[in-house]
Write a protein that binds this ligand. Structure first.
Ligand SMILES: [Zn+2]
Length: 403
């Protein structure tokens, strides 16, 4: 299949967007609804208008460029996000939005026939680095989160998303629905690059469970308290870590204690309190349910064994989602037609696509992240493959619009 898109224009758009939100120290901070995010939004809206697309903005600030089809109805949407984590790279999210834009620019210019309308979308606050929860704009779009709740979300300084949306001028009034959803993204993991495979055909997105756990024991003298008389909460946490790491490994799941505070925290004192976070993920719903129950039981068992008190608060849960087989097959077929090596894979990271998958036909396309690095300035993908991913996105958009 021949290439249809203007690859140079896609690359230059990505590079231009990548220059926005760079601080004086050279680091890229484009947190949702910040001044940097506003500048990026202004740039994107300008491009949408220049391409002759209808610019639409909804009440949570999601931005759309709409290209009408020969028939009315809900558009096929290609989307992702342009907000970033602190000290970010330039690929995460932006690749998907600008590839969708490039697809629509080309379809409009070349007047490629399509019955259904098409739209490119940039979803508000995907990252959740500033406002919780993440995937906020897409969740409001599909109705998972109410607009009121989303607008009331507060950042670390107490500012609400609603006030920030008004301040940057992106509280719109348009409404839209999707008939199908496509998201092209960088992998953000190591598998494709390690295996030298060009395209990831995403079959679904991992589910997760998170907890905050506090173990309370007895602080005491490190020299005079014999091992058998201790109630050391760090021992309980260590037992839990080993037990759940082994259980996760056995089921092809992942278990992480990523943050821990040990108090009082002195070299010569047996710890009195340990606070830590748990992040448990699996692509398989049955496995996640099983490990979720197992983890809650182990948290208590390890506390009992060591004789410490436990306080356990669930902080997040998302079921794994699977994409529709015919959508997965579509991405795979176009990757094969274009002669690109590909493999099916789950996504270990969350994406806006996860909120669409239970409702409308949804698919994701991955290209390799070099060295598996993401959410850091070293984030890098081969621009040639980014352009090939954008071609597959366009193939899928046109096919869906004409089905
Ligand atoms: Zn992303």
């Amino acid at each position: 299949m021949e290439n249809r898109l203007n690859h140079a224009r896609l690359v230059s758009s990505l590079e231009k967007l990548g220059t926005i939100g760079i601080r004086e120290d050279g680091k890229r901070y484009r947190l949702a609804l910040s001044d940097g995010d506003k500048q990026a939004r202004d740039l994107l809206c300008g491009w949408i208008k220049d391409a002759g697309l209808e610019l639409k903005i909804d009440a949570i600030g999601n931005i759309f460029g709409l290209l009408p089809g020969t028939e009315n109805g809900d558009p096929v949407i290609a989307g992702s996000h342009i907000d970033t984590v602190p000290n970010a790279g330039m690929f995460d999210g932006c690749v998907g939005v600008l590839s969708g834009l490039e697809a629509l620019r080309t379809i409009a210019e070349k007047k490629l026939p399509h019955r259904r309308p098409l739209a490119v979308a940039a979803w508000t606050n995907e990252e959740g680095s500033r406002f919780l929860p993440g995937v906020l704009g897409s969740s409001v779009f599909v109705g998972d989160v109410t607009l009121e709740k989303a607008l009331a979300a507060r950042d670390f300084s107490g500012m609400t998303a609603g006030a920030e949306l008004n301040r940057i001028g992106y509280a719109g009034t348009d409404t839209l629905k999707a008939c199908a959803y496509l998201e092209f993204h960088v992998e953000q993991g190591p598998f494709l690059d390690a295996e030298k495979i060009e395209i990831g055909v995403v079959i679904g997105i991992t589910g997760l469970s998170r907890w905050d756990v506090t173990y309370k024991g007895e602080a005491n003298h490190a020299g005079t308290t014999p091992m058998n008389l201790r109630h050391d909460p760090l021992i309980a946490a260590s037992k839990l870590h080993l037990a759940m790491s082994a259980a996760a490994a056995e089921k092809n799941a992942v278990f992480t204690i990523g943050h821990m505070e040990v108090a009082p925290g002195a070299v010569n004192v047996v710890p009195g309190t340990v606070f830590f976070t748990i992040d448990l993920r699996s692509q398989d719903r049955t496995v996640l349910d099983e490990l979720h129950a197992r983890c809650e039981a182990e948290i208590r068992r390890c506390a009992r064994e060591v004789g410490v008190e436990v306080e356990c608060v669930p902080t997040d849960h998302a079921d794994p989602v699977s994409f529709a087989p015919r959508m997965i097959e579509k991405v795979e077929r176009f990757a094969n037609l274009r002669g690109l090596s590909n493999r099916r894979m789950g996504s270990g990271a969350g994406h806006d696509a996860q909120v669409f998958a239970p409702r409308v036909p949804t698919a994701m396309i991955f290209v390799p992240s070099i060295g598996g690095k993401s959410h850091c300035p070293e984030e890098l993908s081969d621009m040639k493959l980014v352009c090939q991913g954008a071609e597959i996105l366009t193939d899928c958009l046109l096919e869906l619009a004409n089905e």
